[in-house]
Ligand binder design. Structure first.
Ligand code: ADP
Ligand code: MG
Length: 546
């Protein structure tokens, strides 16, 4: 109850206007919302999955197949639907891929749970059953996983290709997977056989124009800026780089200051003083020996002019993250006060060059002191294409990283899900009581992956599922859906591989989200400031405080 009675006085607990939905109503409202999200995602799963076009309130359009992006761009309102968005986010940040799958599986788990609840099984029993099933599923994944060497380029390439296959990048997967694998291997660090990979060291820069096949890997950092002054050299060899997080301008006063000038000489001396300050800044740079300046803030026209005279090139208003990447790549220290600049803080690179890319000019910093810095310059027909390619590359970089960190893989096409389902079902028969039903349902929920892949490839899902089940029972571990051949195939033979880590994380995240939603039996929503209360579904049992 949201209010009680104490000594004959009503006790108010919830703020006025709070609406409340309880018990099975609350649960089914949450499950329905989560199922809607899963339903939306389902048609975009796999290489034959469709894309989504999302238009935001500003009219900006995003076209994507990337689960995490679809959910991020969709303006989801329902709290349980928001939780599904969170699952995809977790999957994205932990593994970088499998975001659609995790949502689709979570939706299926909830849908099956709903049916069990309707039959009178208590949610906590379902949660326990799902937990048990998830633990077992993780074990099965480890059993069936194929072990490879972490630096096995061939395997890494296959992994990247599978990830790129389900995206706009399918056609160009060959070139792109090479770029992705090279990039990740370059930033990978191994100490005593243990690998560490920070894919943030791979800078992905995009520029619309050209075609996807023009995408290239650059040994260094690309900064999307041009040299500030026409008199500056566009090419600086043996660059000594000053990295500045301070403006090369005379600071303007915060408040409006009145300057009363009575005589022309006063004006002149004021200007002279300003010029002297700027001259000093440039002198400091000259003295440090720098021949290239990267400035996070602005550079005054006069400073630009002085720098050009001193044959020092410069770029300004460079993104903070880019300056940080340059610092790591060139070994330079970022200076916040120009007075501190000495030769010690400079970064080094073999070549800094401004080049024309499409209609823009970008600055390439190559041959950096730290060889572990690479950039991928993404190209493609239009802005939207490069955006989607960038997202696909992010997924591919992540799976290659995942694979290096845990070099075990499974085949794709829904084969591993079908295999885990098949083995789980035989585990279920050994469990007594109602939990058995939950374990069985968990197993069947995983089959939504091959089913959705078949659905999206236009296959008859019942036939495909029957065939898959019987093959897996006969020990065909890697029988899965080949959306291109339009039939059930041995996915290992087709060399469609995915890191087992992604699959395991999917199980963990989906189970967690599902238990979280199942455990809720009470929704208390504060009234919205503007609209005066959350939208109510017809017939919803709500109770407003009075
Ligand atoms: P997610 O966001 O979950 O990664 P995707 O749209 O990328 O979703 O689809 C991933 C699914 O597509 C995986 O189950 C994967 O095995 C499958 N898949 C990718 N490429 C192929 C292929 N060439 N043949 C069969 N299945 C594939
Ligand atoms: Mg994917």
């Amino acid at each position: 109850m949201s209010s009680g009675e104490f000594a004959g006085q009503p006790v108010m607990i919830l703020r006025e206007g709070t609406s409340r939905t309880r018990g099975s109503e609350a649960l089914s409202s949450n499950i329905e919302a989560a199922k809607v999200i899963a339903e939306i995602m389902r048609s975009s799963l796999g290489p034959k999955g469709m894309d989504k076009m999302i238009v935001d309130s500003f009219g900006d359009i995003t076209i994507t197949n990337d689960g995490a992006t679809i959910l991020k761009e969709m303006d989801v309102q329902h709290p349980a639907a928001k939780m599904m968005v969170e699952v995809a986010k977790t999957q994205d940040s932990e593994m970088g891929d499998g975001t659609t799958t995790v949502v689709v599986i979570a939706g299926e788990l909830l849908s099956k749970a709903q049916a069990l609840i309707e039959k009178g099984v208590h949610p906590t029993i379902i949660i326990d059953g799902y937990r048990k099933a998830a633990e077992k599923a993780l074990e099965i994944y480890d059993e069936i996983a194929i072990h490879v060497k972490p630096e096995d380029k061939n395997a890494l390439k296959k992994i990247a290709i599978t990830s790129l296959y389900s995206k706009i990048t399918a056609e160009d997967r060959g070139i792109l997977s090479d770029i992705v694998v090279d990039a990740v291997l370059q930033v990978a660090q191994s100490t005593d056989g243990k690998f560490e990979v920070d894919i943030d060291n791979v800078k992905v820069e995009k520029k619309a124009g050209g075609s996807i096949t023009d995408t290239s890997i650059i040994q260094g950092i690309i900064v999307d800026k041009e040299m500030v002054h026409p008199g500056m050299a566009r090419r600086v060899e043996k660059a000594r780089i000053a990295l500045l997080d301070c403006a090369l301008e005379v600071e303007k006063t915060e408040f409006e200051a009145k300057l009363s000038i009575e005589r022309p000489e006063q004006m002149q001396s004021f200007l002279d003083a300003e010029e002297r300050i700027m001259r000093d800044m440039v002198d400091k740079i000259v003295k440090s020996g720098a021949n290239f300046v990267v400035c996070q803030k602005g550079i005054d026209d006069l400073v630009q002019h002085f720098l050009a005279e001193e044959r020092i090139s410069a770029v300004r208003r460079v993104k903070k993250s880019d300056v940080e990447k340059l610092s790591r790549a060139t070994g330079g220290t970022i200076i916040t006060d120009i007075k501190d600049l000495t030769s010690k803080q400079l970064g080094h690179a073999d070549l800094v060059e401004e080049r024309k890319v499409a209609d823009d000019r970008m600055t390439f910093v190559e041959g950096c002191r730290n060889a572990k810095s690479v950039s991928i310059l993404v190209r493609g027909g239009t802005e939207r294409v490069v955006d989607e390619v960038e997202r696909s590359i992010h997924d591919a970089l992540s799976v290659v990283k995942d694979m290096i960190l845990e070099p075990k893989m499974v085949a794709g096409g829904g084969a591993p899900e079908a295999e885990v389902a098949s083995r789980l079902k035989s585990v279920a028969t050994k469990i007594s009581g109602r939990e058995q039903l939950a374990v069985r349902d968990f197993a069947e929920s995983l089959e939504v992956v091959p089913i959705a892949l078949a659905e999206n490839a236009g296959l008859n899902t019942i036939d495909a599922l029957v065939e898959l089940r019987s093959l897996h029972e006969k020990g065909a571990t890697w029988a899965g859906i080949c959306p291109f051949c339009g039939k059930v195939e041995d996915m290992k033979k087709l060399e469609v591989f995915e890191p087992v880590g992604v699959k395991k994380q999917i199980i963990k995240s989906a189970t967690e989200a599902c238990s979280m939603i199942l455990r809720v039996d009470d929704i208390m929503s504060a009234s919205k400031m503007k609209t005066g209360g959350p939208p109510k579904k017809p017939g919803e049992e709500t109770e407003a405080e009075d």
